[in-house]
Design a protein around this ligand. Structure first.
Ligand SMILES: [Zn+2]
Length: 124
């Protein structure tokens, strides 16, 4: 169980990190727009209208969206693992269940294996 205090703390951290990732991702897109991603073209009323250069803005948008989505998911994963899974009730950690080492050939076997999958020797 997670207390409401921890849940709100996790939610607040997620929100703050989400804002940070969105700023970073939009920063890439806006930065690309400011530095060569836009060109001024003659608009219908004779005014100069900025138009995106697809060869610059499409990669920039891809990078920006990548930063936002992966950053957000990583944040969610991190906050979740630090708050919800705290206290030993989380997912079983593979590192806490080391494989059995065969006494004969040294091959690593599944925990609880009775015989070595490599050489067939009986495991202790
Ligand atoms: Zn073996």
């Amino acid at each position: 169980m997670v207390s409401w205090r921890e849940a709100f703390k996790g939610a607040l951290m997620t929100l703050l990190w989400s804002i940070a990732w969105i700023m970073a991702g939009l920063g890439v897109i806006v930065g690309a727009g400011l530095f060569g991603g836009l060109k001024l073209v003659e608009g219908p009323l004779g005014a100069k209208v900025p138009q995106p250069r697809p060869e610059v803005m499409i990669p920039a948008a891809a990078v920006g969206i990548f930063i936002i989505s992966v950053g957000w998911m990583a944040t969610f994963y991190k906050i979740l693992s630090e708050t919800v899974m705290e206290g030993g009730q989380g997912l079983p950690d593979a590192r806490t269940q080391p494989g059995l080492i065969c006494p004969l050939c040294g091959a690593e076997n599944q925990p609880g294996a009775k015989f070595c999958r490599n050489c067939g020797a009986a495991m202790k």
